[in-house]
Design a protein around this ligand. Sequence first.
Ligand SMILES: [Zn+2]
Length: 287
Amino acid sequence: MYAIGVDVGGTTVKLGCVKDGLHIVYREKRQSPRDPQMMAQTIFSMVSIAQQRYPGVKVGISCAGSMDSNGQVTANHLGWVSVPLGAMIYELFNRPIPMENDAMCALAAEHIYGTLNGCTTGILITLGTGIGGGIIVGGVPARGNMGLHGEVGHMITHADGRRCNCGQQGCWEMYAAASKLREAAGGMSVREVMSNVRAGKLLDIWGNYIHEVVIGLSSLMMIFIPEIIAIGGGLSNAGDIVINAIRSELEETSAFRIFNPTCRIVSAHFQNDAGILGAAALASMME
Ligand SMILES: [Zn+2]
């Protein structure tokens, strides 16, 4: 069984043709056009080329930013406000294509094939440019009014804190996104920061950063009492050092010790391909 997943990000559009839900057998990547019409055409062109090799294969799209059930997208990284991408895609393909926010696609991939498989209550957070993720409640991805997904990264962790481009002040991702770790380390890459940390340097910066991550996670733990928390995104590529640091501080919180001591804190299974795999899963389920 094949399905095509398209992952529309702030810098690149990635397409994968996925076999049996997990194996990417064909890939293409292009730069993300910022013009919405050009973006729709890029997606259409990439899918058309893939479908020449895999005719009749279903398609799903993962897109950065927030999205309503009509496919209207607001994405800071693309400079989009209420862009009707769903309608543009519909016009080009002449049929509706299932489309979902990238965090929800990553959540679907983890829930169907990854570390959140089989859980009743679980949390995925991704530490990258921002903080993404989603929550499984009652065995299904939690959704809000009008099918909208929540934004864990914009949970406020600092009253009247740093101004966020969502319009609030003190959002979690203004302190605990991987990009904030880089900023605190004077613009070093995450890889450089982590090699310093492994060498016993930058430990203050690292400790403060982990503390910010844990403040948000302990609130989510208190609200949802999850069986499992999966940590993904660019930072988790650094491996066990990240998970171990988060776990050891989180396990000292009341949220863990008193309320939920059997909660497991693990690495997410999928990294860069979560969007493609989630979008392909969406195609198999919905189209
Ligand atoms: Zn915000």
